[in-house]
Design a protein around this ligand. Structure first.
Ligand SMILES: [Zn+2]
Length: 263
């Protein structure tokens, strides 16, 4: 079978194990069914997620122009503390920013090789954790908007990681007694004074069940360096497809790429 289309991040369904669907021009291909099968990839073009242009993808699925102009690639995506929609102040497009920022958000702890802190819209749970490859996760605050969650995260970042080390995430090595509730108690004191009312201990730690076993060695492949690449699919963690021999393809890093996939 041969498919061709624009790659987006995989759609997921939280099950035991998590179900993954490759998103190829909105055709959804269940990837769990393909474990043990050989997949052949070929990079044939670009398709910017905002303008649909075929210029080289710059970041996050956007061509360079859209990355600097689209409200969906605003700095507040990466740095929630810069959000201003709650003050009725726009950055690139106030209406879009209101729709993204003025919703309940969660500040959470996640284990992705290290304990890290992160922010997401409440409606993005557990999708956000699955995408990051978090084996364990626990909300520690619930806020009314993105700005408040961002301010708490900034304070937490002084004491915890906020980025995922992809190699550690894929090594999937953790202590059996890891308990994020212990960390929640420890970091409570770091909440900024005027945001302490958002602290929440109402949640229980969630464990995510990835269809994945860590290989001996871990190397990543990119379609920029290897426009044609094939491998037998072994498992999936986060947005990383794991192939035989310990080779990984980060699907999210290839959003907006047009690929041919032969199964
Ligand atoms: Zn574009």
């Amino acid at each position: 079978m041969k498919f061709c289309g624009q790659l987006l991040k995989m759609t997921t369904q939280n099950a035991k194990p998590i179900q993954y669907y490759l998103n190829l021009s909105h055709d959804l291909i269940n990837m769990n069914q393909l474990f043990g099968k050989k997949l052949k990839w070929k990079h044939v073009g670009f398709d910017c997620v905002a303008c649909g242009g075929d210029e080289r993808i710059f970041r996050m699925g956007f061509c360079k122009r859209c990355f600097y102009e689209s409200p969906y690639a605003s700095d507040t995506i990466i740095r929630p503390e810069l959000s201003t929609a709650h003050l009725d102040i726009g950055d690139r497009d106030l209406e879009v920013e209101k729709a993204m920022q003025l919703h309940p958000h969660i500040v959470y702890l996640a284990y992705t090789g290290d304990v890290k802190v992160g922010v997401t819209r409440r409606s993005q749970i557990p999708t956000r954790w699955i995408d990051q490859g978090a084996t364990f996760a626990l909300p520690i605050a619930e806020t009314d908007n993105r700005y408040e969650a961002g301010m708490i995260e900034v304070a937490m970042k002084e004491h915890l990681a906020d980025k995922t080390n992809w190699r550690k995430m894929l090594e999937d090595d953790y202590e059996d007694d890891l308990d994020l509730a212990d960390f929640r108690e420890k970091v409570k004191e770091y909440f900024p004074d005027n945001f302490k009312n958002f602290y929440s201990h109402a949640h229980e730690m969630m464990r995510l069940d990835f269809p994945y076993e860590a290989p001996e060695k871990i190397t990543s492949v990119s379609l920029d360096k290897n426009p044609e690449f094939e491998g037998v699919l072994r498992g999936i963690k986060g947005q990383y497809l794991s192939f035989d021999g310990g080779t990984f393809l980060n699907v999210r890093a290839h959003e907006g790429y047009v690929v041919e996939l032969e199964i």
